[in-house]
Design a protein around this ligand. Structure first.
Ligand SMILES: [Zn+2]
Ligand SMILES: [Zn+2]
Length: 410
């Protein structure tokens, strides 16, 4: 929904994508209002005057930047409280699971609720299973008390002119041998949640459904395929488990929403609590045409880059996309108050330049929603980044913890 790029025809640019030079980053008073009133001072939402942790959102400098294309007014903390049905005293429409009206946050209101992640189609070598586990781990650290569960994958059958969804969404493995990468039976019999990165390809009759897609045959004779998000969202909507807060499919297939799109990285259907996100365009070394969806090439010098570093870059980009889109499913809108992982992005370079963290306004929304302790959450995120050699991120969180703890003692 947020991370899109559309193909423009010659001469169409200014008319269909109005450049919005009027956007000005909000001043300190507006940002303070956006954070809302605090009953007592809380260093977790304060910044350091000398070496600020939170930068203001960059002004758009190109007509492709998100804020040049969309007039975003920003969602304040108070607006989030008013708008979010997740914190309401009535169960969300279409939800069948246990609901505690008096609960203060998601885990209390929906004690059985889970964030489900569904691997869709093959991930090849680009995202090995350990990498997938890391995505789950990051999402868990990010959302704190809400359980994050990886489901057994669903296969995509792709041929030269059709794509089929092949399988069903299962919360438990179907066969003992049905584990990822053919691991020994002991591993498959390990306690749930069952984690699998590669779909088994087996599917009971009646679980194979055509999906809308577009195809392009290249001069070299290969076929490029892009999957339309609507069909995938429809399948997810039909199969969402009863205890899901949301169901998010992750795929390496390139996605689009409507014909003029070059691609979409993610698309979420809030009403049905489902989303689908693609890591296809996040692969380091791949370059994409800004004119045609089907043109892509490998950067020439990318083979010299350290392979492990490219895995880190892919992990970082994927983690940021995934939590951004899940936050949308939880009714957190795009941010205009700071540079923040909830900023909209109009193109990949803008996406890649955004920080991994939430600004104080969005952190406060997520905290009230999930009920976590902010410092505990920061510690888990710092450890995650450190373990995965994302040093800048790890340092940011460590400095932030120190700031909060020191300021809290004053
Ligand atoms: Zn977005
Ligand atoms: Zn923000």
């Amino acid at each position: 929904m947020s991370k899109t790029s559309r193909k423009r025809k010659a001469g169409e640019a200014v008319a269909s994508v109005p450049f919005a030079p009027g956007f000005k980053p909000p001043g300190a008073a507006k940002v303070k209002r956006a954070l809302g009133r605090l009953t007592k001072p809380d260093s977790a939402y304060e910044d350091d005057g000398e070496t600020p942790f939170f930068q203001s959102i960059p002004k758009p400098t190109s007509e492709d930047d998100w804020l040049a294309q969309y007039n975003e007014t920003g969602q304040t903390y108070d607006q989030f409280l008013e708008q979010s049905p997740w914190l309401a005293s009535r169960r969300l429409t279409n939800m069948k699971q246990t609901f505690n009206k008096s609960g203060q946050n998601l885990a209390e209101k929906y004690p059985d609720g889970k964030i489900y992640l569904l691997p869709l189609g093959s991930f090849g070598d680009e995202i090995p299973s350990e990498q997938f586990d890391k995505l789950v781990e990051y999402t868990q650290a990010f959302f704190g008390s809400v359980p994050v569960v990886q489901l057994p994958g669903v296969a995509l059958d792709v041929d030269k002119s059709a794509v089929y969804w092949n399988g069903e969404v299962r919360t438990e493995p179907e066969h003992e041998s049905d584990n990822r990468h053919g691991e020994p039976a002991e591993a498959a019999a390990a306690p749930p949640p069952a984690k699998r990165c590669k779909p088994s390809g087996r599917a009971a009759k009646g679980h194979r459904h055509p999906l809308s897609a577009r195809f392009h045959k290249t001069q070299e004779g290969t076929t490029r395929v892009q999957l339309r998000v609507d069909g995938v969202l429809d399948r997810l909507r039909r199969s969402i488990p009863d205890d899901a807060l949301c169901l998010v499919a992750l795929t390496m297939m390139d996605l689009f929403h409507s014909k003029p799109d070059l691609f979409v990285a993610g698309y979420a259907g809030f009403l049905h609590r489902v989303g689908v996100f693609s890591f296809h365009r996040y692969q380091p070394g791949l370059k994409f045409s800004s004119e045609f969806w089907h043109e892509l090439w490998q950067e020439e010098d990318s083979s010299t880059a350290c392979e492990c570093r490219s895995q880190e870059v892919l992990l970082q980009r994927s983690c940021r996309l995934l939590v951004h889109e899940i936050c949308h499913l939880f009714c957190i809108d795009h941010c205009i108050f700071h540079a923040c992982c909830m900023n909209g992005s109009g193109h990949l370079q803008e996406d890649f330049s955004q920080p991994m963290y939430l600004c104080p306004v969005d952190l406060r929304k997520l905290q009230v929603l999930c009920g976590f302790n902010i410092v505990d959450r920061y510690k888990k995120l710092a450890e995650f980044f450190q373990r995965n050699n994302l040093t800048n991120e790890s340092q940011w969180y460590k400095r932030r913890i120190e700031f909060i703890e020191t300021a809290g003692k004053e």
